[in-house]
Design a binder for this molecule. Structure first.
Ligand code: KG4
Ligand code: ZN
Length: 338
């Protein structure tokens, strides 16, 4: 049988504070480079859009060059350029998108505009070359939290998700009330390791037997708990609050993801998005999947948070499906989960 040519795809990501670029050949990752303005943003307690845009403009050329160089791939060998067009900060997106358009036009190769959240979903394909739908995915980032039934490489059904804050957003807000720096997730995880989940937390599941969650009640509970104890001068443990919040926020995601896999009749589970970098979530997913006979495909931590490889991976899917974008494609600040 004739081997299918493996396309070489450059992926570029600039939707928030990470300028990232990666090269893949088929599903093989050749390079994965990143420059982050997070240390600068940390001084302001969150992402300042103007600072992000400026940092992207300064970094994009070099990060792409680095990705090509460490992949050992010349520009002329690229089959397509994939780039995030949304969702994200408009100014930040425009830097990556304009750069990708220039490159695709100059090289006369297809431009593939990628929905960032589909990139998070596609990261798992690079982790396991044999991964094929159908499977169930837990997506948990700063903007989304949802459980998906992935039916084909391009189609998924949203089984349920957050009705208010995303999981990452809740971690970031709880981090602030615990006086932890931005981005909050990894700091809450580190602090939680020193504590025990002994502080009672509200349930965050909405609707009996469903897959919808609400994080706002949990977040408000933590804020009230901390403020009340401080006002009354009562002792409380930051580490115990972090551990209790973390398990309340994540246990339900693991349990519901496994339930969804059984209900959809699939035997494979994947995860993606920044919160999937959380060690507690990863261990808990691994334990639950092993106990319930489910295969777990979990992207490496650095491919759960924003990266160029996941954009290239989604680019490959769209390349094979012939889903190219015109050079007139625009950046979009928000895109519904589709
Ligand atoms: O996917 P991502 O890098 O960007 C978005 O698409 O939003 O996710 C960022 C979110 C932030 O809210 C961050 O605090 C959270 O993911 N995050 C974590 C961890 N690492 C990143 N949350 C919990 N534990 C972590 N280790
Ligand atoms: Zn992301």
């Amino acid at each position: 049988m004739k081997e299918r040519k493996q396309p070489v795809i450059l992926g570029i990501e600039s939707s928030c504070d990470e300028t990232a670029a990666a090269v893949i050949r088929g599903r093989v990752l050749l390079s994965d480079e990143i420059a982050s303005s997070a240390p600068v943003q940390a001084k302001y307690g969150g992402v300042v859009p103007e600072i992000a845009s400026r940092a992207h403009a300064e970094a994009v050329d070099e990060v792409v060059e680095r990705a090509l160089r460490s992949a050992g791939v010349g520009k002329g060998e690229l089959d397509a350029v994939a780039v995030t067009y949304g969702a994200g900060l408009l100014g930040a997106l425009l830097v990556g998108l304009s750069f990708a358009k220039g490159l695709a036009y100059g090289l006369n190769i297809p431009l593939i505009a990628v929905n960032h959240i589909r990139g998070h979903l596609a990261a798992a394909y690079l982790e396991d070359e044999t991964l094929e739908p159908p499977f169930v995915t837990l997506l948990a980032s700063g903007g989304h939290t949802a459980i998906l039934h992935v039916r084909t490489e391009t189609e998924f059904k949203v089984l349920g998700g957050t009705l208010d804050d995303a999981a990452g957003e809740a971690f970031d807000k709880v981090a602030r009330v615990l006086s932890l720096p931005y981005p909050g997730g990894p700091h809450v995880e580190a602090l939680a390791r020193e504590g025990k989940p002994v502080v009672p937390m509200p349930k965050m599941l909405k609707g009996l037997g469903g897959y919808d969650f609400s994080y706002s009640g949990l977040k408000t509970h933590v804020i009230n708990y901390v403020h009340t104890h401080e006002q009354r001068g009562e002792p409380w443990s930051r580490a115990d609050v972090a551990a209790s919040f973390q398990s309340a926020a994540l246990d339900v995601l693991v349990q519901k993801t496994a339930e969804a896999a059984h209900e959809c009749g699939v035997s494979v589970v994947t995860a993606g998005g920044g919160v999937a970098a959380n060690g507690y979530l990863r261990d808990s997913l691994a334990r639950t999947c092993a106990a319930e006979g489910l295969k777990l495909v979990l992207p490496e931590r650095k491919r759960c948070t924003d990266n160029g490889a996941m954009i290239a991976a989604e680019g490959l899917i769209r390349y094979r499906a012939g889903l190219f974008s015109p050079l007139s494609v625009n950046a979009e600040a928000s895109i519904p989960l589709r």
